[in-house]
Design a protein around this ligand. Structure first.
Ligand SMILES: *Cc1c(COP(=O)(O)O)cnc(C)c1O
Length: 392
């Protein structure tokens, strides 16, 4: 089976992990901060906070922006459930904005219309989470302008997009949002096994993310206000730590961080290979009754996913039949994503099929083809040959 995505681990990656395993610090050593600094530098960001996974990063991002009961978070239906669940963890409400049928990202028109209506009804969101689907950036300039007008905060779910660019700058630079989140799950662009990161340009926001990751505890105490009733000895004892908020244990281990830093050194090569494979798919699929991914001119995708849409009126088979035939031919295709609002849990929250027609229509005919940095041209030719045979 040729998988839809897979990790690319080198001897150097293994050596970096082994080095940590032989050191004194398996967690909370220097590998975590080193990975954070390297990622911040790569993206041109000011601060980065490594965490146990991107879901955890989204959760503390919401907490750091004071999302809570009575507030709403808006995201897209065409995403992994985690982009929406993070609001529910905080006791807030979720709503969705339909997608742009060209990019499958949040539609700026749909967002603008929904904000205008919500403004009249007094139910504006506190946080909006654009998801850079498949590695292609959302239209952040327009979303940022709407945030300025309506006063919401922005968390970019860039789980697919590390290494991608928007308007010539790396995704993660964060000049157009409050917090940017990456995922390092093995199917994503670089991996730490499980892992994620939250980047923020605001230093105080980054500091809050850092202590929310670790129980809400800060140290050293000298730089933080201590209860004035305590004696001087308590105040300056080197053993003192203070819990100032209810945080979590969402730390990334040094084992993971060392792998991440090593993978980061190869990120540009990974993305370059993904871009080559994507361009090759574009060329090889040109004659087939499928729609290849459209790229907005302001973006330079990291190509986490290569999604085609079947031209249903030109094909006799259903999406299910094409999907099953590809799987039977040893091609590990997938579908991204089942619209979140159609999940049973979200249906129980009051969402129903029909609410976000562009995301639902896209879902009906989308298929994700295999794409990963180690994929060979020969493997890609096998995928294309299988698809050509099934569709002819
Ligand atoms: C993978 C993914 C997540 C969750 O990432 P984890 O690191 O597995 O928690 C969140 N959002 C999107 C869009 C994703 O693809």
């Amino acid at each position: 089976m040729i998988p839809y995505g897979r990790q690319d681990i080198s001897a150097e990656d293994i050596a970096a992990v082994t080095e940590v395993l032989q050191s004194d610090w398996l967690t909370q050593g220097q590998a975590g901060p080193r990975f954070e600094r390297a990622m911040a530098e790569y993206c041109g960001a000011k601060n980065a906070v490594a965490v146990s996974n991107a879901t955890a990063a989204l959760h503390i991002a919401c907490l750091a922006l004071d999302l809570g009961p009575g507030d709403s978070l808006w995201t897209v239906p065409n995403t992994f459930v985690a982009s929406a669940n993070c609001a529910l963890y905080c006791g807030a409400n979720v709503d969705f904005v339909d997608i742009d049928p060209r990019t499958y990202n949040m539609s700026v028109t749909a967002l603008s219309d929904k904000l205008a209506q919500a403004s009249i009804e007094g139910r504006l969101p506190k946080v909006v989470v654009p998801v850079h689907f498949a590695g292609q950036s959302c239209e952040m300039t327009e979303i940022r302008a709407l945030a300025g007008h309506y006063g919401f905060r922005i968390i970019e779910d860039a789980s697919h997009a590390v290494g991608g660019e928007y308007l010539g700058r790396k995704i993660g630079a964060g000049q157009l949002s409050d917090i940017v989140v990456f995922s390092f799950h093995p199917v994503k662009i670089i991996t730490t096994g499980e892992g994620g990161m939250a980047l923020a340009s605001d230093a105080r926001l980054a500091e809050r993310l850092a202590y929310l990751r670790t129980h809400g505890i800060v140290r050293p105490v000298q730089t933080n206000p201590v209860d004035a009733r305590r004696s001087n000895e308590d105040r300056y004892g080197p053993w003192i730590y203070e819990q100032i908020e209810l945080g979590l244990n969402y730390r990334m281990t040094d084992i993971q961080a060392a792998l991440g830093a090593s993978q980061l050194g190869r990120l540009d090569a990974f993305v370059a290979r993904r871009r080559k494979l994507a361009a090759r798919y574009d060329a090889l699929l040109a004659g087939l009754p499928v729609l290849c991914p459209w790229q907005h001119p302001e973006t330079n995708s990291a190509w986490h996913l290569y999604v085609i849409r079947l031209r249903r009126n030109e094909i006799k088979l259903s999406r299910r039949q094409v999907f099953e035939a590809l799987r039977a031919a040893g091609i590990g295709v997938n579908v991204h994503y089942i619209p979140v609002h159609t999940q049973p849990y979200y249906q129980r929250l009051g969402f129903s099929v029909g609410m976000f027609p562009e995301a639902e229509s896209y879902y009906q005919d989308a298929i994700t083809l295999p794409l990963f940095s180690k994929m060979t041209d020969a493997e890609q030719d096998i995928v294309v040959a299988a698809l050509t045979k099934i569709l002819s």
